[in-house]
Ligand binder design. Structure first.
Ligand SMILES: [Fe+2]
Length: 258
């Protein structure tokens, strides 16, 4: 799947508007500055490295994050309607956590996490459009995201730390210590982590449906074993003037091939 250059650009505007509208205090400008500094990398990042996951295409990351922000706000209203104690977190904490929940996917301040897969067999057979950049030491996505925030002097609250840390819910066994407690005193004291997790899961599922269900519904005679992003839709207009000056080490290769 491909996003048009216009969609990538409007997603970036929406991403920054969410910060403008929901984040307050000192950290608002710091967050805007941080994302400005890494605009090229982040606006063009995929949301995952493998096409079977979700949004593994240029611009997929911001597309996903914007959907999670919207979903988190809607999901929060559902929890409110069912009687959750909404005084245990703020809307700013909800949106801040949603905006930054997957930040660790960008890599470190110098290098991208995801670079184009160079192994043709892995691309074709395993659907790995991207591979891990070996220049970076391993870190779980939430840990790297929180590290990046503190590295850029962007403060986060205790609630935001737990929400970002556990946004994958019990899909990540490391979260059991927070989410699988049977003792009331060690359970989270806010529903924020559950709301963010549900929003993230719903967004990823919907992204899967947008990309994959049409392929099943249209009875195309089965998926091509060597299906790649390049065969998914018509001509790309991503390589336009606005995006023509990409400096990023990884994404340049991808755009050159489109
Ligand atoms: Fe996510």
């Amino acid at each position: 799947m491909k996003l048009s250059a216009e969609k990538i650009q409007s997603n970036w505007v929406e991403f920054n508007t969410n910060i403008e509208q929901h984040i307050t205090g000192d950290r608002k400008q710091k967050l805007l500055d941080f994302y400005k500094k890494y605009e090229e990398r982040i606006s063009l990042m995929p949301a995952s490295h493998k096409k079977e996951y979700h949004s593994a295409f240029p611009g997929g990351y911001v597309d996903h994050v914007n959907r999670v922000v919207k979903a988190a706000l809607s999901m929060s209203a559902v929890w409110d309607g069912f009687g959750a104690d909404m005084s245990t977190f703020t809307q700013e904490e909800l949106v801040f956590s949603a905006i930054n929940h997957d930040l660790g996917k960008m890599g470190d301040s110098e290098h991208e996490s995801y670079i184009p897969q160079t192994d043709k067999w892995r691309r074709d057979k395993l659907g790995e459009e991207y591979m891990h950049n070996k220049a970076i030491a391993f870190s779980a996505v939430p840990d790297r995201g929180l590290f990046l925030l503190q590295q850029h002097d962007i403060k986060y609250t205790f609630n935001e730390m737990i929400a970002i840390q556990t946004h994958d819910g019990l899909y990540d066994p490391a979260n059991e210590k927070y989410l699988k407690s049977f003792m009331p005193e060690t359970k989270p004291r806010t529903s924020l982590p559950f709301i963010l997790h549900q929003a993230d899961m719903m967004a990823a599922r919907i992204e899967f449906e947008i990309e994959w269900l049409p392929k099943f519904k249209n009875n195309l005679g089965g998926l091509k074993s060597n299906f790649t992003l390049g065969t998914n839709s018509g001509k790309s207009n991503i390589k336009n003037k606005a995006l023509g000056s990409i400096k990023s080490e990884g994404l340049k290769n991808i755009f050159d091939k489109l």
